[in-house]
Design a binder for this molecule. Structure first.
Ligand SMILES: Nc1ncnc2c1ncn2[C@@H]1O[C@H](COP(=O)(O)OP(=O)(O)OP(=O)(O)O)[C@@H](O)[C@H]1O
Length: 723
């Protein structure tokens, strides 16, 4: 019997955990705590939870078992905090440890394995399934899987919630398969040719359907169960043939399943399980009626078990969803009321960038933060997806206007590493689990916070780390504060990587590649080199510098502004000796001493949090003229910035009169170390804007490369980049 779900008393029935040896028991609880990101003091809490569980299991009183009843809410059972301790643990869980002949984990010896309460061997998982899991490097269940396994096996309806990438798919796949083959659903499920499905899994996108179906094929196949995948854009006939033959498990999107119902090609009367994966998205997409119609086809609702999973469950979804689940449903919520709803193993970064600077900026963001792995870029619309994919070298697009067959080819190519940059709309936001996605770029803040959580959750999965960069127009900074408020994410504010810094790191790679050229070329090129050296008028060092630049793909170095990330723009700060209440006031001041045509070329004007200044971008060629212009105005100063100061929330700037102190401005001057990247915010002047939270920008201007948890891009020279 499984560990987490049972009382200590029940555990005595199971061999590995039954040993009354107190040392082992101690190890066991410590490991539970470690998996959940806690140290030993919380082990008593885990025991409490177990005791509570024991009581509620025994009582079987039909009450809904909520996370708070289980004591799971808040930080108590938090997972995925990215700590190195947990990291190692997950690596171990994923099979990173060496195995002995019996396939047992031997990292810390036999005791260690026995001490793992979530070891697969501690659950009622049959041998073929166990073997399959082992072949995939899975020796231990993740918390959401461990905590829901027995509940599902016992026949309860369930709402399951855990952060992105924490293994919710296997949390329903494994107990369903066990139920069908060895559990309560075994006797009543239909068999033989033409059998109707016993399991229906509904999900919002075709790509996700394919992925979940692959899991059922893999694990269900090991138990002799067949499955079919039904989604639009694919051949109806082949789906019909599969259903006619008989499929135990059907995975699909609501639209196509409804089509099958209308054509009488599917019979959902005798379902044993109904699963709503990414339920909130399905309902948000307007599938409520379809979902209700599909789920309503079951003949005897008392005989079907309904499971609902997502990383996000807004309250309106819970209300609708409760129509589909029995009142005595159980809830396992590993996010609960915790403030942080997004993945905790992801570094969340916000970077100001005007729309027109995106295409130039994104390659450098990829170079700085992708660690050479895959990147997914999210756009809000299909048009901007196609447009961006068209200008980013080596990138491919994925959105709803692409033919289904091409969508599949594209995703397969991305999974296989044939190209490393995928530009996608929200079709790729939910559920997709793709190996080695290191970086997520969102081109603008999404409208709803759930989208931010799911998109950024395409990286940092299963205990791995990742980076999510959110680009935003400076004038839309209020959208960032909304996401922070609603998701609990604390963004690291940076300004754009400077091309010079990128070029510096490309230069050292180019140097390596030059050194590795065979000596055999020297006699052939020597005379040309001598000729060049004497005719160029350059020193040998300068000449080599140019050769390195060319090798790295650079013929000039541009500057990128701090505010809008535009190349060949420079960020200036205006101060007028008094509070600047509104952007129009700032424009008025500028017009006093600058020609109109120059003022009209300014970009992204925003007010500083201390209320004393305005920042804006100007074309690099105008800078000298503008700086000189300040001589004509009293009490006015203009200066070139190297670090962006803390800015006001735009909503507040729009508010006109009565600047009340920056909602974004905090007491300035303090350093804010974040993440492993070692960047720090360096707020100019440090004038706190009358309270409120600070939006500080990391100082990248010191040059010397970019930090990404110690990882540098290192993907070859500029001309060889894959994107
Ligand atoms: N027990 C386990 N041990 C190791 N890896 C696991 C385990 N369970 C699942 N995984 C892996 O973790 C990854 C994430 O799993 P999954 O896609 O089910 O996450 P999820 O919680 O559904 O995420 P999302 O909310 O984004 O859909 C997958 O690659 C899966 O194979």
């Amino acid at each position: 019997m499984p560990s987490l779900l049972l009382s200590d008393q029940k555990m005595t029935t199971k061999t590995p955990l039954s040993d009354a040896d107190s040392i082992k028991k101690k190890k066991k609880t410590t490991k539970i705590a470690a998996i959940n990101g806690h140290d030993s003091p919380d082990t008593s809490l885990i025991k409490k939870i177990k005791r509570k569980r024991k009581i509620s299991d025994d009582e079987e009183d039909g009450r809904s078992e909520t996370s708070s009843e289980l004591g799971i809410a808040d930080a108590d059972l938090k997972i995925g905090n990215g700590s190195s301790k947990k990291q190692k643990l997950i690596e171990k869980e994923r099979g990173g440890s060496s195995e002995d002949e019996d396939g047992e984990v031997s990292a810390d010896g036999e005791d260690e394995k026995e001490a793992d309460p979530n070891a697969v061997s501690n659950f009622r998982i049959s041998e073929p399934l166990r073997e399959k899991l082992k072949s995939k490097g899975i020796e231990s269940l993740f918390p959401i899987q461990a905590m829901t396994f027995e509940i599902v096996l016992k026949g309860c309806d369930l709402v399951g919630r855990a952060r992105t990438g924490q293994g919710k798919t296997l949390a329903f796949v494994l107990p369903i398969l066990e139920s069908l083959t060895n559990g309560h659903a075994k006797e009543s499920r239909k068999m033989g040719y033409g059998r109707p499905p016993s399991v229906l899994v509904l999900l919002p996108t075709r790509e996700l359907a394919t992925q979940v179906h692959a899991d059922f094929q893999l694990y269900g196949g090991a138990l002799g169960l067949s499955s079919a995948c039904l989604y639009g854009g694919a051949s109806f006939n082949s789906q019909q043939i599969a259903l006619k033959r008989g499929a135990d498990i059907v995975v699909g999107t609501p639209g196509r399943i409804k089509d099958h119902l209308e054509r009488n090609t599917i019979d959902l009367k005798s379902l044993k399980f109904r699963v709503l994966d990414e339920a909130d998205e399905m309902l948000r997409m307007g599938f409520v009626e379809d979902v209700e119609l599909i789920l309503g086809k079951v003949e005897d609702v008392s005989k079907v078990q309904t499971l609902l999973f997502s990383a996000t469950l807004p309250s309106w979804v819970k209300q609708i969803a409760s129509r589909f689940l029995k009142p005595e449903k159980k809830t396992i919520d590993l996010v609960g009321n915790e403030k942080m709803k997004a993945s905790t193993s992801v570094r969340h970064i916000a970077l100001p960038c005007s729309h027109s600077a995106r295409a130039q900026l994104i390659p450098d963001v990829i170079r700085c933060y992708s660690s050479g792995g895959r990147t997914i870029i999210f756009t809000e619309t299909k048009n901007s997806c196609a447009e961006l994919a068209g200008v980013l070298r080596g990138a491919r697009e994925l959105h709803g206007d692409i033919q289904q067959s091409q969508r599949e080819v594209t995703l397969a190519g991305f999974r296989a590493g044939k190209f490393l940059v995928l530009v996608a709309t929200n079709v790729a936001a939910r559920g997709l689990d793709i190996n080695d996605v290191q970086l997520i770029i969102q081109c603008e803040p999404p409208r709803d916070v759930e989208a931010y959580i799911h998109r950024s959750g395409r990286t940092g999965r299963a205990g791995n780390t990742g980076v999510a960069v959110l680009l935003y127009e400076p004038k839309k900074s209020y959208a960032i504060s909304r996401i922070e408020r609603e998701s609990g994410v604390k963004f690291e504010y940076i300004s754009a990587p400077q091309p010079a810094d990128i070029a510096r790191s490309a230069g050292s790679e180019a140097a390596q590649s030059i050194i590795s050229v065979s000596d055999s070329v020297v006699p052939v090129f020597r005379s040309a080199a001598e000729e060049l050296l004497s005719s160029s008028g350059l020193s040998a060092v300068d000449l080599i510098a140019k050769a390195l630049a060319k090798t790295a793909g650079y013929t000039e170095i541009t500057k990128r502004s701090l505010l809008t990330s535009l190349e060949n723009y420079v960020t200036l700060l205006l101060e007028a000796g008094k509070t600047i209440y509104t952007p129009s006031f700032a424009y008025g001041v500028l017009r006093r001493f600058l020609p109109d045509e120059k003022v009209e070329k300014l970009k992204g004007l925003a007010l500083t949090a201390d209320g004393k200044g305005a920042v804006f971008d100007v074309p690099a060629e105008d800078v000298d003229l503008l700086i000189a212009g300040q001589e004509n105005a009293d009490m006015v100063s203009l200066e070139v910035l190297t670090v962006l100061p803390t800015l006001q929330d735009k909503e507040q700037s729009r508010g006109g009169n009565g600047w009340r102190g920056g909602r974004f401005g905090s007491g300035g001057g303090s350093f804010d170390r974040r993440g492993s990247g070692g960047s720090f915010s360096n707020r100019r002047g440090g004038g706190g804007g009358g309270g409120g939270r600070g939006r500080s920008f990391s100082d990248r201007s010191g040059g010397g490369g970019f930090s990404n948890g110690g990882k540098q891009g290192g993907r070859g020279n500029r001309s060889e980049r894959k994107w």
